[in-house]
Write a protein that binds this ligand. Sequence first.
Ligand SMILES: Cc1cc2nc3c(=O)[nH]c(=O)nc-3n(C[C@H](O)[C@H](O)[C@H](O)COP(=O)(O)O)c2cc1C
Length: 118
Amino acid sequence: MAEAIAATIKAPVFAITSSQPSVVENFDMLILGTPVEGFRPAKEAADFVKRLPKAEGKKAILFCTCKLWKGSTFKILEKELSSKGYSVVLSVSKKGIKLDKPTDFSDCINKIQEALKK
Ligand SMILES: Cc1cc2nc3c(=O)[nH]c(=O)nc-3n(C[C@H](O)[C@H](O)[C@H](O)COP(=O)(O)O)c2cc1C
C-alpha cells in the first residue's frame, strides 16, 4: 500500500524496519502505515512512532491494512503522535487484504490526495 501511495503522490518510501525515525525531519508531512496485528499496529510501527523526534504541528496521515478489523490501531498511533506534537489529519484503513490477490487501494489513495490538497 505504501508503494501504491508513493507512486501516486510521487513521494519517497522509507521502510520502518530499516530507517531512522529522524528521517521525518526532512519532510513537512509524515504518511505512516502498518498492517494490523492483534487489533493493534505492528510492533515495528509502534516502536518507530515511539522513537520519532518531537514535532511542532507537523502533519501526519495514518494508514493500515487488515483482514477484518483494525481494532485500536489508529487510536494507539494517534495518541502517541499527538503526544509528540504531530497533527494527524487523516487515518484510512484498507480492509479485506488477501495476500494471494492484488488489492485496489484507490479509495484510500483518493482520500489521501484530498487531505494533501488542504
Ligand atoms: C500476527 C498477525 C495478526 C493479525 N491480526 C489482525 C487483526 O487483528 N485484524 C485484522 O483484520 N487482520 C489481522 N491480521 C491480518 C493482517 O492485518 C493482514 O494480513 C495485513 O494487513 C497484510 O498486510 P501487508 O499487505 O503489509 O502484508 C493479522 C496478521 C498477522 C500475521
